[in-house]
Design a binder for this molecule. Structure first.
Ligand SMILES: Nc1nc2c(ncn2[C@@H]2O[C@H](COP(=O)(O)OP(=O)(O)OP(=O)(O)O)[C@@H](O)[C@H]2O)c(=O)[nH]1
Ligand SMILES: Nc1nc2c(ncn2[C@@H]2O[C@H](COP(=O)(O)OP(=O)(O)OP(=O)(O)O)[C@@H](O)[C@H]2O)c(=O)[nH]1
Ligand SMILES: [Mg+2]
Ligand SMILES: [Mg+2]
Lengths: 277, 301
């Protein structure tokens, strides 16, 4: 190119490091760099960067949520929230509840984490903040029963949206994944088409383990969307680029903080901008 | 695919008579891909491969070795290569140092880290661990932000019969910790664990709070709690925390998952402090003192 082969190699090394540190993963990064090499190899840094940026934006455009993010399809519209321990499920439910409330919808929360210390109390605080009730069950009780009670109450009260919280769990723990499948089945038994949404909450700090998470959670309960949390930190959440190729699950929202208003709709362009910032 | 890299390297070297630059480079490529997929930091991988290459090509290969039982075995070049990888990795992960420091007769521990990594759970686990070693621990709930955080620590404390000190309404974390420390002294507790709120290392206000807690309590142990599921950013996070707080050790949680935990390597490398404990499950008994060999073979795959 203009600067010769050494500069070219240095540029691609730098771009490779950028992609790796953003958690894009070996295979995804190599595919993208290969494309950049084909389409702009030998051109200057700006041209190569532009091709790379567009390639990523193209992949992410396929997983941008289509339609109104707060659209509801059921009465009640049932949203099941799942994911590994500490990813931000309970906090995300609190934020979603507030958004639906602000849009004039009535909301009911289901304290489906019957296991962890103070999980119920944590969700109840969010319920108070968002202005909605929380259906609870006994400590150590059956989470499917709480899920069932929640949608039953939502239907009886004519509530618009029911958000079901679940306990964090690691995807390699089969009995816990079976428990999740059971919760999803039980929801469908009581309300036709429920859960209408099944959201996997994924921490933006997650590395390549995100692939195992997405695959195995999807197997337990078909996923309709992802919520990528903690994007207000330094992690870029680049795993979603590879996930877009492999599983094509739409990223619905992103969490950008611990406050009730810290939830945004996913934008592929904003995400790519942040990646190259 | 998790074991692909290492098996790949073994395959490349199967039937090889002698290690040469060519076949070692091929084997290293397999190991490189495997390590990158395990979330090991780019630079750490580069340095590691460099050392392995130097050693495997530079050392005289022992083709006959005695094992622990005195039996003599033939070692193939491929086996030698794998052994060097394991040794180098174990060295990167080591040393074995699960001891907690004591100051003025008290084992004081401050836990810090990002949101959701497992600090509160580790606090309870450490309390139980110290209790089993004959100490009388006090837990301090210094997270005033997360809804029901103090309740969470209280419930965990109750389950192991450990007292939990929490703040009054509106009391700030440095004050809660200072009063917790006084309570420990007056109440004859010889271990105290401060559970702090999850925070971003780039949140200056919260980092100032952490420094204030440190000043008020002068903990003998400052442990950065890291999640084994984390990716590359773990290095940035760890060095940002290490810049503000003089860390004494690391705790790696959620090791019971299927993440290979490679980010731990870079975190250890950038902070220079030992991994003290592993969190191996959700219940309060799931704490292990760190042994490098286990994690090393897991990261290598
Ligand atoms: N900075 C930041 N922190 C977040 C975000 N979302 C959640 N958190 C924090 O992450 C921590 C864990 O959040 P939770 O909502 O308890 O996560 P969870 O998935 O319900 O956890 P478990 O139920 O224990 O599995 C809390 O400290 C939250 O405040 C986010 O978008 N940004
Ligand atoms: N499977 C597994 N889960 C763990 C482990 N350690 C903690 N957890 C779970 O991870 C989630 C978060 O743990 P917490 O102790 O609340 O994390 P934290 O760092 O105190 O969170 P914040 O205070 O919000 O920053 C909970 O669901 C814990 O039960 C572990 O070693 N294995
Ligand atoms: Mg939760
Ligand atoms: Mg906590």
């Amino acid at each position: 190119g203009l600067l010769g082969r050494d500069a070219d190699a240095a540029l691609f090394d730098e771009l490779e490091a950028l992609l790796f540190t953003a958690d894009l993963g070996v295979r995804t990064a190599e595919d993208l760099l290969e494309r950049a090499r084909r389409e702009a190899g030998g051109q200057d840094g700006a041209a190569v960067r532009a091709v790379l940026r567009n390639a990523i934006a193209e992949k992410l455009a396929t997983i941008e949520h289509v339609g109104e993010p707060l659209a509801t399809t059921g009465q009640p519209h049932v949203i099941l929230v799942l994911g590994v321990n500490g990813s931000g499920k309970t906090t995300t439910i609190g934020k979603l509840a507030a958004r639906y409330r602000a849009a004039g919808k009535t909301v009911l929360l289901g304290a489906g984490d019957t296991f962890r210390a103070a999980a119920r109390e944590q969700l109840q605080t969010w319920g108070e903040r968002a202005g909605c009730d929380v259906i609870v069950g006994p400590d150590g009780g059956d989470p499917a029963a709480v899920a069932f009670d929640t949608v039953k109450a939502a239907r009886a009260r004519g509530v618009d949206v029911a958000l079901i919280d679940t306990a964090g769990r690691l995807q390699n723990q089969a009995p816990l994944m079976e428990e999740l499948s059971k919760i999803a089945r039980v929801l469908g038994r009581d309300i036709e088409g429920a859960p209408h949404e099944t959201l996997l909450v994924l921490d933006a700090n997650t590395g390549q383990n995100a692939f195992s998470q997405a695959r195995q959670f999807a197997e337990a309960a078909p996923l309709t969307g992802l919520v990528l949390t903690k994007l207000d930190g330094t992690a870029k959440g680049g795993v979603i680029v590879g996930l877009a190729d492999e599983l094509a699950i739409p990223v619905k929202h992103v969490g950008v903080g611990e406050g009730v208003d810290d939830l945004r709709d996913f934008s592929a362009d904003e995400f790519v901008d942040a990646l190259f910032a | 695919t998790l074991t692909r890299g290492f098996d790949g390297a073994r395959e490349r070297l199967a039937g090889v008579r002698a290690l040469s630059e060519n076949n070692v480079d091929e084997a290293l490529r397999e190991v490189r891909a495997s390590l990158l997929e395990a979330d090991v930091d780019f630079q750490v991988v580069k340095d590691f491969l460099g050392r392995v290459k130097e050693r495997t090509l530079g050392e005289k290969v022992e083709t006959r070795v005695k094992d622990a039982g005195g039996q003599t075995h033939r070692v193939t070049p491929g086996q030698h290569f794998v052994a060097v990888c394991e040794q180098e990795l174990t060295e990167l992960m080591g040393p074995v140092d699960p001891e907690l420091s004591v100051a003025d007769g008290v084992t004081s521990v401050m836990l810090l880290g990002l949101q959701g990594v497992g600090k509160t759970t580790i606090a309870a686990k450490l309390a139980r661990h110290l209790q089993k070693k004959g100490r009388r621990p006090l837990l301090v709930a210094a997270d005033i932000y997360r809804p029901a955080a103090a309740d969470q620590l209280e419930q965990l404390g109750r389950s192991i019969d450990v007292r939990v000190h929490r703040g009054e309404t509106g009391e700030q974390p440095p004050s809660i910790c200072a009063r917790g420390r006084a309570l420990a002294r007056d109440g004859g507790y010889d271990a105290i664990i401060y559970d702090t709120a999850g925070r971003l290392a780039i949140d200056d206000e919260l980092m100032v709070e952490l420094e204030a807690i440190e000043r008020e309590t002068r903990p003998a142990n400052k442990l950065l709690v890291c999640d084994a599921l984390m990716g590359r950013d773990a290095v940035n996070v760890a060095s940002a925390f290490a810049e503000r707080i003089d860390l004494s050790g690391l705790v790696l949680t959620k090791i019971d998952g299927d993440s290979r935990g490679g980010a731990a390597l870079a975190v250890k490398a950038v902070t220079g402090v030992p991994i003290k404990f592993l969190g191996t499950g959700e219940t309060v008994d799931r704490l292990e003192e760190f042994r490098p060999e286990g994690l090393a073979s897991r990261i290598l795959g």
